[in-house]
Design a protein. Structure first.
Lengths: 554, 433
């Protein structure tokens, strides 16, 4: 044991200094300013140890993507396509409509050419994606399960991208966005550190933004009621009545619901096929009107090259006609085309500064593939988080001080070994958290407490073993040696068992469970080092001071 | 050498019967309570809304309730819980307001409660044209100051800079609010160093310090809670199987089995107590359960380790004696280590605050039960099984012997080996592995 003391001491020193370096400075070269003041040191430690939202304050949101709506849209689009395809082939049909998110049914007037119709439609929809089943005059198309799964996954990915763009536009620092929960739960987890008043962000993230520019059918003529407008459409399939709505889209009533109760004042007949859709937008921004009043904001948008060409062609051919700006199924305005417009347009309506800015942001980031709703919201104010840290730290420090006093009292000078290895254990644990950029959360603090408990236990195990050996009359040096050897087996067994279960918790667990597991794994590994290697070295040093030690303070 | 326990020789296993009866009764009571009374599940698991609201002055629960009732909340649907004053901090004047899950938008209750309190909690209605600084975020404060622009910064500064300046002030206000526990009692207390005095004047003109601030909000949909619970249970079970396999590999499978049974016993007793006293179970409770499982396992393995070691050197002694000695030998480490961990958990109960309450309480109980079960449950199960297999082996052997004997006896007509069998049985009761 007395051999290699120097090597062992150097190894311990290197590890300790390395840990302190990572904690105090991080993964970078030190600069003189790092040690200028205590405040600077504190600031460095704070940046190196990432605190979870429950300790730092911020918002934790879980969103659900209604993926089936994205599928339903595909089914509905295909139903529309079916009409065109069959009309092109001259096959008479009664109707085509989406049934469920993954099925649609096409009904022919008679079943004579049904096989031909089925093949034509299947070729159009994609043979690899759909399966057709003929039943009398009906053809039922079902989307293949693996294709549906792919579309659902894609909808979540798209929604995540778009939400990420929107968050970045808000300038939230270090947001986390990831999929959440089980494979087929289609949930997204969003963590916004430092955001303790998330209302505006929340509203904007899920804002729908289906912008379409669609021609007004015939001369500009508002109908007073929906029925009147429907009558005027006279069953035509290429137009639909849409509410004319110049209100601010985001106005809410006292219960936070949009004021749906107030019916639209007028309806317009609008062609279904759009000239321009949201994808054609290059940019959108809010601008203040000339009047300079609160409700006088508008959104100016610019089109991409393709869109601009389409728009230019259409406007030059349709001078004098109306063009409806349709946002989420409502006509925001329907100006008359006065001349060719190439790449710029604007959306007017009763917008406030904030709602126009939010809408411009949403238009810039693209349309969500499906509706997104909130499942869970946790907001912790920074003051509450700070209180939790203070209390957690106060409790841990009080606990550790209790333990230290007891160890010194009960094991005398050997108790000092325990204290040093306990402190070093914590230093290593904190350094490891900093090194892996792991996040410290409240459950993580629980992991720290269990680590402390097991670290103390290891020391007690070793000391009791040494005492056992001394009691049966072994010489001091061999008692220490034997004590460590025997306790080592137990320590390995207890630690590996807990590490095994922690690894399982880390792999299969979610959020809080993982935080607990990672701190525990790191803490126990550190403890294996401190309780055996470091403590043994210290005993070795104490015994090396005399040639033949006869007593040990334990 | 200070020693708490000097060469103890308690007959733990002799009392195993009582321990087992006690544990079975407690477990049955616990399970009964879980079935009949259920749990007081927090919003994390049951879904719903939980707000932590801090007030300027000591909150009046009756008035809070009245304000909420006015907003349409039935009396028994809302729970209002005053958080206690912690030893190491000033009273935060804090309450938790809980409402169960509602249909419709997930965060509806949060808005509704905030609005109801803002409207009805202070006796005097708030000034209509002023904003409540305690309910405003940085954006809202900046926006209001920018709209009014009493300093005419929009005219005198380059575009964009006015907003920056007002935002700097708003951040200053919010920082001050955070450092004073989440609520500003008096606008005059907001520090104005480094700002134009006029901003301070505008601020006082446009804002007022309302009675309360919502410092944390947890809003959980029903599905989320269920997912969370099922996943936690599933993960814990898988972790238990993992430990069982590892212990089976290091010892024998019955050791792993006994350790897992003891651990499950601890979980059941702790859950039972939480059900019996209707203590709230929150997300941190899961972490406490995991800690308790880890701790109980640790304790059990230490004892098993000693048994394994002793069995190697004392091949002649019987298992009961060896196990009892192993428990006694490790007793002082068990008491010291558990006692010390218990001390740090008591510190957590005393100083840890309300957020950690369910966590520290579960740990406190868990460590006590975990220590008890490793002595009183795990070892007896292991011994019972070992003796049973031993006895079965013996009996099979005897049956074979007896069969041989009868066939012999048939040949010899008459035998007298009953005495042998009796003494064998006596041995079997206390045989070692």
């Amino acid at each position: 044991m007395r051999k290699n003391l120097l090597q062992r001491a150097i190894a311990i020193l290197v590890v300790t200094l390395g840990c302190l370096y990572v904690t105090l400075i991080g993964w970078r070269a030190p600069v003189a300013a790092d040690f200028k003041s205590f405040g600077k040191i504190k600031e460095n430690v704070a940046t190196n140890i990432k605190l979870g939202l429950d300790l730092k304050g911020g918002s934790h949101l879980v969103l659900q993507v209604m993926v089936d709506e994205a599928l339903k849209k595909i089914a509905d689009d295909n139903a529309e396509r079916a009409k065109a395809v069959l009309a092109g082939a001259g096959i008479p049909m009664k109707e085509a409509k989406g049934l469920t998110p993954t099925t649609l049914v096409v009904t022919l007037t008679d079943a004579t050419r049904i096989k031909e119709a089925s093949d034509k439609l299947l070729a159009d929809f994609g043979k690899s994606e759909w399966t057709a089943k003929i039943n009398n005059a009906d053809i039922v198309f079902t989307m293949n399960e693996n294709v549906a799964r792919e579309y659902r996954k894609r909808a979540v990915d798209q929604a995540m991208n778009i939400i990420e763009n929107r968050i970045n536009a808000f300038g939230v620092a270090e947001p986390t966005i990831q999929t959440y929960g089980a494979e087929n739960s289609y949930q997204i987890l969003l963590q916004l550190p430092g955001v303790d008043d998330p209302e505006r962000v929340k509203r904007t993230l899920v804002l729908e933004s289906n912008l379409e520019l669609r021609p007004v059918d015939g001369p500009y003529r508002p109908y007073a009621t929906l029925d009147e407008a429907k009558a005027a459409a006279a069953g035509r399939a290429d137009v639909e009545p849409l509410p004319l709505d110049e209100r601010d889209e985001d106005a809410t009533d006292a219960n936070g619901k949009p004021p749906a109760a107030t019916p639209a004042t007028a309806y317009l007949l609008i062609t279904k096929a759009p000239v321009i859709v949201g994808r054609d937008l290059r940019d959108a921004f809010a601008a203040q009107g000339n009047a300079g009043t609160e409700g006088d904001y508008r959104i100016v948008f610019k089109l991409k090259d393709d869109g601009a060409k389409k728009f230019g062609d259409w406007t030059s051919k349709n001078i004098g006609k109306g063009l409806a700006i349709v946002l989420n199924g409502r006509v925001k305005s329907a100006p008359t085309i006065r001349g060719e417009i190439r790449d710029t347009g604007e959306i007017t309506g009763n917008f406030s500064k904030q709602s126009s800015e939010d809408l411009a942001l949403v238009l810039r980031s693209g349309a969500l593939p499906a509706r997104v709703v909130y499942l869970e919201e946790r907001t912790v104010g920074p003051s509450l988080g700070a209180d939790s840290i203070r209390q957690g730290v106060a409790a841990s420090v009080a606990g550790i001080i209790f333990i230290m006093i007891f160890m010194l009292f009960y094991y005398r000078i050997s108790g000092l070994n325990a204290i040093v290895s306990l402190v070093l254990n914590l230093v290593m644990l904190i350094a490891a958290l900093a090194m892996f950029s792991a996040t410290l959360t409240l459950p993580g603090i629980a992991g720290v407490i269990l680590t402390i408990g097991m670290a103390v236990d290891s020391n007690v195990l070793i000391f009791e073993r040494i005492r056992d050996e001394l009691r049966v009359g072994k010489a001091v040096v061999s008692a220490v040696e034997l004590g460590f050897d025997k306790a080592f087996i137990t320590i390995i067994d207890t630690h590996v068992t807990t590490i095994v279960s922690s690894i399982i918790l880390f792999i299969f667990g979610t959020g809080p469970i993982r935080g607990f597991a990672i701190t525990l794994i790191v803490g126990l590994l550190a403890n294996l080092f401190t309780a055996t290697f470091v403590s043994k070295t210290m005993f070795g040093y104490a015994l090396s001071r005399s040639e033949r030690p006869t007593s040990l303070s334990i | 050498m200070i020693e708490i326990f000097k060469n103890t020789n308690y007959d733990f296993l002799g009392k195993a019967k009582y321990f087992i009866i006690f544990s079975i009764v407690t477990s049955i009571l616990g399970i009964g309570s879980m079935v009949l009374r259920g749990f007081n599940l927090g919003v994390d698991f049951a879904g719903g809304t939980k707000l932590a609201v801090r007030f300027k002055t000591a909150p009046d629960e009756g008035r809070i309730r009245a304000a909420l009732q006015k907003a349409g909340y039935e009396r028994d649907k809302v729970s209002i819980q005053r958080t206690g004053k912690q030893l190491n901090q000033a009273d935060r004047n804090e309450v938790f307001i809980n409402t169960p899950i509602e249909q419709g938008e997930v965060d509806r209750d949060k808005k509704k409660i905030t609005e109801a309190l803002a409207k009805d909690y202070p006796a005097t209605p708030p000034p209509a044209d002023k904003l409540d600084v305690n309910l405003s975020g940085i954006d809202a404060i900046t926006g209001r100051l920018l709209d009014k622009d009493e300093l005419k910064l929009k005219v005198t500064l380059p575009p964009g800079d006015a907003e920056k300046e007002y935002r700097r002030f708003a951040e200053n206000v919010v920082r001050f609010r955070d450092s004073s526990g989440g609520i500003i009692a008096d606008l005059n207390a907001v520090p104005l160093n480094g700002f134009n005095n006029q901003i301070g004047e505008t601020f006082k003109k446009e804002f007022f310090a309302g009675e309360f601030n919502v410092v944390s909000a947890e809003v959980v949909g029903p599905q989320v809670g269920k997912d969370l619970r099922n996943r936690a249970i599933y993960v814990t079970l898988v972790a238990c199987v993992g430990m069982l396999i590892f212990i089976a590999f290091r010892f024998e499978w019955i050791y792993g089995f006994a350790a897992v049974v003891a651990t499950i016993h601890d979980v059941i007793v702790t859950l039972g107590l939480f059900s019996l006293f209707q203590w709230e179970i929150s997300l941190t409770f899961i972490a406490a359960m995991l800690t308790l499982i880890g701790y109980s396992m640790n304790d059990t393995i230490v004892i098993f380790d000693r048994i394994r070691e002793q069995l190697k050197v004392r091949r002649k002694d019987n298992l009961v004696k060896v196990t009892n000695d192993a428990i006694n030998q490790t007793l002082s480490r068990t008491i010291i280590a558990s006692g010390l961990t218990l001390l740090s958990v008591i510190a957590l109960v005393l100083f840890g605050g309300d957020v950690l309450k369910s966590f520290s309480l579960a740990l406190l109980i868990g460590i006590l039960i975990g220590t008890y079960s490793s002595i009183a449950i795990a070892s007896p199960i292991m011994i019972w099984w070992k003796n049973r297999t031993e006895r079965i082996l013996r009996e099979r052997e005897e049956a074979a012997k007896a069969a041989r004997a009868t066939s012999k006896a048939k040949k010899n007509s008459g035998s007298s080996d009953t005495k042998d069998t009796k003494s064998d049985k006596k041995d079997a009761k206390s045989v070692m592995a």
